[in-house]
Design a protein around this ligand. Structure first.
Ligand code: ADP
Ligand code: ADP
Ligand code: MG
Length: 667
């Protein structure tokens, strides 16, 4: 076995690799950026070395610095995890040159599978079915349009150098081809520095089914069955499972063999995944699956395969990297039960899944048989804007698919996470969705069901506000006992009339608060002494004049109230509602909502401002662009008016909620 390993990665996958490495007795060496100085993986490793500032290109993508640390610390091997440098042939080469074992395939295999066109050509030569289309070198629009016509619409234009679901355009009719091609090429150039594309038939009712392969350096190649990753959003996986619903042993054997052939064709060694797209219109069919690409690394979703095979894939990676033979043959492998993984992200499904950052005020997962949680953060940590906003992966394993999904849904329901907005409720609803439960789904399932999954803008949760207010004012709302004496005497409220509050002697008081960052006033009214068992009434009025009595809702589970530095976050029905005291002397003006300010939707970089002070703008007009998480977000004027102030310069890093443009609006 290897003596030591440097983990050229961060977050949950670094933690996961360190865990197995330690069990195998390897010395573990972490490298980290300035943003990760206190991260869990840094604490877990035997030693940790700073390699640069937060942006990945200055740290986790710096091959020179990582190799330098590896040499200095005498690392016997480097594990690249997934993402970052894991599929960069030059990194594998740099390791080889420095005499360090790269825990992954040979550089030649990475290169061979690196570009989608060459990979498809290779797979085809190896007798593996590929998606019909054009993956040659010609790139003239006229020629490609002709090819799309021959392939037949709908087609998918894909960046040859693509990854992460980016640089992909579906085209349904010839009329849309030219514009889609241009935009695909532009995106490919900016994301991957390579404008080349290929044309593929868009497979209808597509199911993403991938095969985990494993090869040693002695010519043995096996597959560890399939994973179904059809629940996707923007071509990115959300929930993954193994085995695939509807898979037959016959089709599994055929797909497994195809994947093994593809791996053999490039002299593969280590863990890899061959991704196929299957036409699911009439269920899975052994003649209707096609090679898409090969990922020459460990996948995010490898835990579901570990669950059904009982293997530790990272251990196998280390064994193979140190020259050992695979400890089993294909015939030794069998599937045990069913496993499902959900990716818990710091993102807001109610706001088009915008990544959400900030401090994790609470983070707690249930434990139990058949449950596994792979995480890279703890309560108190910060979700930063620099990296992928995944908080954790929750994996459930049970005897049947239905039981595994039920267990996962239950675990998600018991998960406590407060601070950044998350997709936890969305994931739970997905696990419970009837059609998905019944095995009727394809890659379009999420897009077709956004509303039912709660991924739409929703009203402030009034009940949560009420609970938050009571908590904030330290009122013990355990039915009959009131500790309402913290405020003395009734204070006349300026808005009695409008809200129809009964004045008759009851004690009332109003307070300024922030509800999810919005300025509001709340009015508390205590019951009269004669009604000793009645509840405290709470009403709230927002800055825009809307007001409402908040319903009577009691929750006694203290886990659903998470205290922050300035208030409380109430967890209810999978949503978070934040209530804090409004302190006029300690207001973060930049983040305060006003009707006339346009704010950054997330942490990012202001890349363009299209207006200047004094300009007249119309409602809906594009004012500026913020780039974050590799996506551009346009800032739109909320009303007609005049630009009063531009609060940041292009090029500036801006915080989520920061006021960027202030408008003077009519009326
Ligand atoms: P990436 O490198 O970004 O992962 P892939 O080629 O693996 O690119 O495709 C990503 C996703 O896009 C797939 O999982 C699938 O959902 C969808 N997709 C890719 N090719 C096709 C196709 N020909 N027809 C239908 N969907 C496709
Ligand atoms: P209760 O019926 O106990 O009031 P809710 O219906 O409000 O519970 O929420 C159900 C469970 O979902 C809670 O017990 C909590 O564990 C979890 N939960 C609610 N909101 C969130 C959230 N934003 N993040 C994580 N977990 C949450
Ligand atoms: Mg892929």
């Amino acid at each position: 076995m290897l003596e030591s390993v440097l983990i050229a990665n961060r977050g949950e996958i670094a933690c996961r690799i360190i865990r197995t490495a330690k069990r195998l007795g390897l010395r573990t060496i972490a490298v980290y950026s300035e943003a990760d100085a206190d991260a869990l993986f840094v604490q877990m490793a035997d030693e940790a070395h700073l390699i640069g500032p937060a942006p990945a290109r200055d740290s986790y993508l710096r091959i020179d610095r990582i190799i330098e640390v590896a040499k200095r610390t005498g690392a016997a091997s480097i594990h690249p995890g997934y993402g970052f440098l894991s599929e960069r042939a030059e990194f594998a080469e740099a390791c080889a040159k420095a005499g360090i074992v790269f825990v992954g395939p040979p550089a030649s295999a990475i290169s061979a599978m690196g570009l989608k066109d060459a990979a498809k050509a290779l797979a085809q030569q190896a007798g593996v079915p590929v998606v019909p289309g054009y993956h040659g070198s010609r790139q003239e629009p006229d020629f490609l349009r002709q090819k799309a016509y021959e392939v037949g619409y709908p087609v998918l234009i894909k960046a040859v150098a693509g990854g992460g679901g980016k640089g992909m355009k579906r085209v349904d009719k010839a009329a849309g081809f030219d514009a889609a091609l241009e935009s695909a090429q532009r995106e490919a150039q900016s994301a991957f520095g390579d404008p080349r594309v290929l044309i593929e038939k868009y497979v209808l009712s597509p199911r993403h089914i991938e095969i985990q392969v494993f090869a040693d350096a002695h010519g043995n190649v096996v597959h560890l069955f399939e994973r179904d990753c059809s629940l996707q959003r923007r071509h990115q996986k959300v929930i993954e499972e193994a085995p695939a619903p509807g898979m037959t042993p016959e089709m599994r054997a055929i797909m497994g063999k195809a994947a093994v052939e593809a791996a053999r064709a490039v002299g593969y060694v280590g863990a890899g995944t061959v991704e196929f797209i299957a036409d699911g219109r009439e269920g899975l069919h052994p003649e209707r699956f096609y090679f898409m690409e090969m990922n020459t690394r460990l996948q995010v979703e490898h835990p579901v395969t570990e669950a059904i095979t009982g293997l530790d894939l990272v251990e196998l990676q280390f064994r193979v990297a140190s020259g050992e033979k695979l400890p089993f043959t294909q015939a030794d492998l069998a599937i045990d039960g069913h496993a499902v993984e959900a990716r818990l992200y710091a993102e807001d499904p109610e706001r088009e899944f915008l990544p959400s950052t900030g401090k994790l005020w609470a983070l707690d997962f249930p434990e139990g048989e058949g449950l596994r949680v792979d995480m890279g953060v703890e309560a108190g940590d910060e979700v930063t804007p620099y990296y992928d906003p995944m908080i954790a992966k929750v994996i459930a394993h049970a005897a049947t698919r239905d039981k595994a999904l039920a267990r996962l849904a239950e675990a998600l329901g018991e998960t406590i996470v407060a601070g950044p907005k998350t997709n936890v409720a969305f994931l739970k609803k997905l696990c419970e969705a009837k059609e998905f439960r019944e095995g009727h789904f394809d890659t379009g399932f999420i897009d077709r069901n956004m509303e039912g999954l709660g991924a739409v803008a929703q009203q402030t949760d009034g009940e949560a506000v009420r609970l938050g207010v009571l908590k904030l004012f330290d009122v013990d709302f355990d039915e009959s006992s009131y500790r309402a004496s913290i405020f003395n005497g009734p204070v006349p409220s300026p808005w009695d009339d409008r809200d129809g509050f009964q004045l008759s002697g009851a004690r009332r008081q109003s307070f300024p608060v922030l509800i999810d960052g919005e300025r509001a006033d709340v009015l508390l009214q205590w019951p009269e002494p004669s009604q000793a068992s009645a509840n405290i009434n709470v009403a709230a009025r927002w800055a825009d004049g809307t007001s409402r009595m908040l319903d009577d809702y009691m929750s006694k589970d203290p886990r659903n109230f998470v205290l922050t530095d300035d208030g409380v976050i109430v967890l209810r029905n999978g949503r978070q509602t934040r209530v804090s005291l409004y302190d006029p002397f300690n207001v973060d003006l930049e983040h305060l909502n006003g009707g006339d300010s346009v704010k950054a939707p997330m942490h990012g970089k202001l890349i363009a401002v299209f207006v200047k002070p004094g300009d007249r703008v119309e409602k809906g007009q594009r004012l500026a662009i913020v780039e974050a998480m590799k996506m551009e977000h346009a800032l739109i004027s909320p009303a007609d008016g005049e630009v009063a102030e531009i609060a940041a310069e292009p090029g500036a890093q801006v915080a989520e909620g920061a006021r960027l443009v202030v408008l003077k609006t009519e009326g």
